[in-house]
Ligand binder design. Structure first.
Ligand SMILES: *[C@@H]1O[C@H](CO)[C@@H](O)[C@H](O)[C@H]1NC(C)=O
Ligand SMILES: *[C@@H]1O[C@H](CO)[C@@H](O)[C@H](O)[C@H]1NC(C)=O
Ligand SMILES: *[C@@H]1O[C@H](CO)[C@@H](O)[C@H](O)[C@H]1NC(C)=O
Ligand SMILES: *[C@@H]1O[C@H](CO)[C@@H](O)[C@H](O)[C@H]1NC(C)=O
Length: 391
């Protein structure tokens, strides 16, 4: 959708009206002075376009965009040493075909404080698919108690995780590093203790393996809880225009997991300058680091939506958490039939961005997993599992 900057029309209105109406002669002087001043300002802006963003706000950002379109492109910024290093390393990783594996597996990486309430459900999900998956558990608070053989002994060395702090990203990196040790792992899925599967194993396996993109959520939110969290300390490497937001629950192809391992430049920027209480604002690295990194280094390589469904429609600070009474065949039918991703910005106008979920160019259901479910839903989920995954 294209919007036309209103000030351009204003200029035309001001320059053109003379032939149409004869200006009344007895206009009060002040109107003439005011109109001349405003016209001069606008003509000045036309002839000497503003170079800084601050100046653009006088005219609204739309006007600014079209002014900058008329300018010759800004000269490329000179990269720092660290940026040159980061760029060549990442470029080469992306250009190197992934390791060929005769036995490609998916790494399921669970980020949890302790015991996983849905182990019995996941056990059912994994049954009969030995050799096609590996499980990794990052238990940040206490040693989990297991009920499924698949999960026994799968904990990695973990550390404390504080919600919203960089330790969350550190835990994700720790999981990726451990899972990358196995060369058969070709795709990496991050899951929480409150996540449940929406489809059977084969469906999930084929959905993730038969495409060459990572499902990393990313969108531009110009509002206070999007770009409003950006800090100029991140310059010059991370510009505000590249700052993105997205849910942390990703799936990633092997090359992208390696990119995350290779990056220390952008990671460090987020560690230092995207944290709660930064410049009087709260920035959460787990919601911004990966969406921004991939938007900068491989925008076409990510889906821009997360395959883990969550319901924000109640408009509260936390998403809807499902109770036992909420779990029904109809709920799962509803979630698994969604084939468009929806992002709502936090700007005053609450712009809603709706995009089809395109999988290898085809419109398909968006979601493989869902959160957040209370542990009390387990029995209902077990009871319904074979029914809803058959959809
Ligand atoms: C994701 O969004 C970026 C812009 O941020 C865009 O360049 C890219 O093409 C999108 N990816 C897909 C798969 O549509
Ligand atoms: C994915 O594969 C398609 C063709 O199968 C190709 O056109 C596209 O460029 C690839 N995308 C990436 C990010 O490698
Ligand atoms: C399923 O979707 C329909 C149509 O949007 C809605 O009326 C219904 O309440 C939903 N049911 C559940 C359990 O979410
Ligand atoms: C599951 O599906 C079967 C066959 O369609 C049906 O008989 C059964 O009642 C369903 N179970 C639940 C819990 O919906």
């Amino acid at each position: 959708m294209k919007t036309y900057p209103s000030w351009r029309l204003t200029i035309l209105d001001m320059i053109m009206p003379a032939p149409r109406h004869r200006p009344p002669l007895k206009r009060p002087m002040w109107i003439i002075v005011l109109v001349s001043m405003v016209s001069l300002m606008l003509i000045g802006a036309y002839v000497y376009p503003p170079r800084s963003y601050a100046a653009c706000y006088i005219f609204s950002s739309d006007g600014c965009k079209s002014i900058s379109n008329w300018l010759p492109p800004a000269p490329a910024r000179e990269f720092t040493d660290d940026e040159i290093v980061a760029r060549v390393v990442i470029r080469d990783i992306l250009k190197t075909p992934p390791l060929h594996s005769k036995n490609p597996k998916i790494a399921f990486m669970f980020l949890t404080p302790g015991t996983l309430p849905f182990e019995r459900l996941w056990d059912r999900f994994f049954q009969g698919h030995d050799g096609r998956f590996t499980i990794y558990i990052h238990a940040s608070r206490e040693k989990p108690v297991h009920v499924s053989q698949y999960f026994v002994g799968r904990e990695i060395r973990s550390d404390k995780v504080v919600w919203g702090k960089i330790s969350m990203v550190d835990a994700e990196r720790r999981l990726l590093a451990n899972a990358l040790v196995d060369p058969d792992n070709q795709h990496f899925v991050l899951l929480s203790d409150s996540c449940v599967p929406l489809h059977d194993f084969d469906y999930v396996y084929n959905y993730l393996m038969d495409t060459n993109i990572s499902f990393v959520d990313s969108f531009e939110d110009p509002g206070p809880i999007g770009s409003g969290r950006y800090s100029e300390h991140m310059l010059p490497e991370v510009e505000k225009k590249d700052f993105r937001k997205g849910a942390q629950w990703f799936t990633m192809k092997r090359q992208h997991a390696t990119v995350v391992m290779a990056d220390s430049l952008y990671y460090t920027k987020f560690k230092l300058y995207c944290k709660p209480g930064m410049d009087g604002r709260n920035c959460y690295s787990d919601e911004h680091y990966l969406p921004t990194l991939f938007t900068m280094v491989d925008p076409g390589g990510i889906s821009n939506w997360s395959v883990t469904h969550v319901d924000w429609s109640e408009g509260k600070w936390h998403p809807k958490s499902y109770r036992a009474r909420d779990v029904s065949y109809e709920l799962f039918k509803n979630i698994t039939s969604i084939d468009e991703s929806v992002h709502v910005t936090s700007a005053e106008k609450k712009e809603i961005q709706i995009r089809p979920c395109l999988w290898n160019g085809m419109k398909r259901p968006c979601y493989l997993f869902a959160r957040k479910f209370y542990p009390e839903t387990l029995d209902n989920l077990m009871h319904l599992f074979s029914n809803y995954t058959a959809v």
